[in-house]
Design a protein around this ligand. Sequence first.
Ligand SMILES: [Zn+2]
Length: 698
Amino acid sequence: MRRYPLVIWLALFAVAGIALAVKLNILSTDNSLKPYFGKNVQIEGLITGDVVSKGRLNSFDLSIRSINGHRAAAFIKVYAETSNFNLGDYVLLEGVLKAPLFENVSSPQAAIFSQKRISRFGGNSFWLAIGKARRWVKKSLLEKGNQGRAFLYAMLTGQTDALLPETKDDLRASGLAHLWSVSGLHTGFVALLVLLLLRLAGFRAGWQLVFIILSLFLFSAFTGFEPPVIRASIMASWLSAAYLLGRKKSMLSALAASAILSLAINPLALFDPSFQLSYAAVGSLLIFTDKIAAFIEGVPKQLNMLLSASLAAQILTMPLLAFYFGEVPLFAAPANMLVIPMAMVTFYLTILALIAKAAGLSVFLTVPTLLSAYMLKVAAFFNSFSVSTISVSPLLISLLLIAIAAGIIFLYKKERTLNFSYLLIAILLVIAIQQWWPVADNVIAGRRLKVEFLDVGQGDATLITGPQNERILIDGGPEPYKVQQDLRERKIKSLDLVAPSHADADHIGGLPEVVRNFEVKAVLDNGFKKSSFMYRDFLNTVRRKKIRYILARRGQRITVGTLKFAVLSPPTGFIKDTDADDNNNSVVLKLNYQKRSFLFTGDLGFAGEESLMETSTSIKADVLKVAHHGSARGSSPEFLQAVQPQIATISAGAGNQYGHPKPALLSRLKAIHAKIYRTDLTSDITVTVDKQGLQVYD
Ligand SMILES: [Zn+2]
C-alpha cells in the first residue's frame, strides 16, 4: 500500500471524474434553459460580475433566480445598452433568450440575452460590498495609458480588459499568461502570506489553517467566485492542510483529493483547459522539483530552488499548451525564473499599498508599478526573439508525451539505465517523417486546387489551397482553437486572404485570433456594420497590424496568385428590410479553376439569392457550399436550379440544436440530383481539382 498511493489517487481521480461527468449528462442540468431559447422571457436575477463596457454595449454575468415566474438556477451573459447597474444588484429583464454559440465547459448554462427592458429592484448586501471593493481597487490602480498599472490590476483581480492585446501577446508567448489569470499562483501567494504572518504572530498550526481557508474564501469572493479561483482555493486549502499537519509526503494525495472535491462541484471541469493546466502545473511541481534539485546539487541553494521549480512546472503543462494552443513557449522556464519572485513581491506590495490607502495614508504604488513594468519588459524581451514559441503538430505532441513518459520512468527507476540511443532514433525518425510528409504529398499530388470544408462544429470555415500554395480562408468557425489547430496541422504560417462571409459569430468567431497569430496579407469583408465584440476585435486587429482591407462589392475580381475570385454579393447598396439583413448581405464568392467552379454563399437567405439571380454573371457551379448550414430559409428550388451543383457541401455541427440541415432543404437538393456531403456526418470534406478532374474526399 505504501508504494502505490499516487497511482491509487490518480485512478480514483479519473474514475470519479468520468463517473460524475456521465451522471451529469444523464441529469443534463445545462438544458434547463433550452425550452426558452429564441423566446421572449422575463427574468429575475442577481448581477454576479463586473459590468464591462465596450463602446455603447455593456455586458455582465447574471445568476438567474426565476424565469417567467418559475424558479430557475442558471447563469447567463447579458448584453445591455445601459450601464446604470452594479455587481450585487437584483434586476428584472425582458427580452429574447439566445442559445450559447458554443458550450463553455466551466459555465455550461451560459446564454446570451438581448434585452428589451431592464430595471433594478434591490440588492444583495454581500455582493454589493464586494462590488464596491472591486470598483475602489479599480479606481485606485488603473491609470490611463499605464500598462504597468493595468498589469497590477489584472494580477489582483483577474480582470484583463485594461491590458493591451500586445501586452497579452508578450505574456502569452513568454509563458507568463498564468500571471494575469487569477488562479493557482495567486491563491498560493495569499496562502503563503497568511501563513508567514500567523507564524510571526505565533499561532498554532490549527489556527493557521483556519485563517488560511478564511482568507482564501474572501479572496475568491473578491474575484467574484470565478470557478478557476474556487478550484485553486480548494487546492491551496488541501495543500496547506497537508503541510501544516506535518504530512509533506502526502501533498500529492492532498492535490488529488482537492481535484475530486472540485469535480464533485462541477464534473465538467475535467474537460476545462484551465482545470487541466492548473493541476498539471502544481502536480508537476510536487513530482519533479525535488528530483531536479537533486540533479543540479552544485548550484547555490536559493537559485537551485528557483531553477528546479521553474523547470518542473513546465514538464506536465507543456504538452497541454501544445495540445490546446498548438504552440509551446520556448523561454517559459527562464522567464518564470526571473518573474515569479518579482510577481510575489509585487502582489504583496500592491496589497500593502491598497491597505495604506484605505487607512488614509498616501499610496506607495511607485515600487509595485516599477516592478510591474519590469515584468512586462521581461515578457517583451523573451517575445522579441523571432521563435519564442514553436508551433507543434500532433506528431510532435505524441513525441513529447513519449518523452515525458520516459522521463517519469527514468526518475522513478532505481537503476537508471534507460537506453538513450533508442530514444534518439525515435526522435529523429519522427522529425524526419514530419518534415518530409508535406514535400512528398506535394510531389505525388502535382498541381492542383484543394478546397477543404473544415468541421468547426456549428459554423463555417473553408480553406482553399491553390496550385502555388495560395491560401485563402473563408470564415473561421465559432471559436479560435479549432481553426488555428487546423491551420497549424497544415503547417500554414501565412494566409493570402481572409474573407469572412459576414459578422455572425459562427463565421467570425475564430478570425480575430487567426489575424492576430498568422501573417495575413489581405482581408475581404462586407463592411456590414454589426456591433459585436468579435467583429470589432477583428477589425481593430486588422487595423493595428496594417493588413490590407478590401471592401467586398458585387462586380469585383480578386486575384490571389493563380486563383481568380469573382465577388457576386453584397450589392453596392446593401439589401435591406429582410428577415436577416446580415445573412442576406453575406460575401458570395465564385472561384473557377480548370473548367470547374465553386460557389461560396455564406449564410445567404431567399432575399440574397433573388438579388444574386439578377446579376449578369453566371451563378452555375459544380460545387455549392450550401448557405446557412442547410437552413430551409435559403437555397430555394429556383436558386438551386440556377446553380445546378453536382456537389453540395453542408457545414453544420453534429447534433446542433437548430436541426441543421433541415429535411426540406435536403429534399430540395435531392430533387436537383446533387450529391450531398455534410461536415456533421463525416467531419472535414476535401474537394480537389487537378488533371484527373474533380474529386471529393470525406
Ligand atoms: Zn452561420
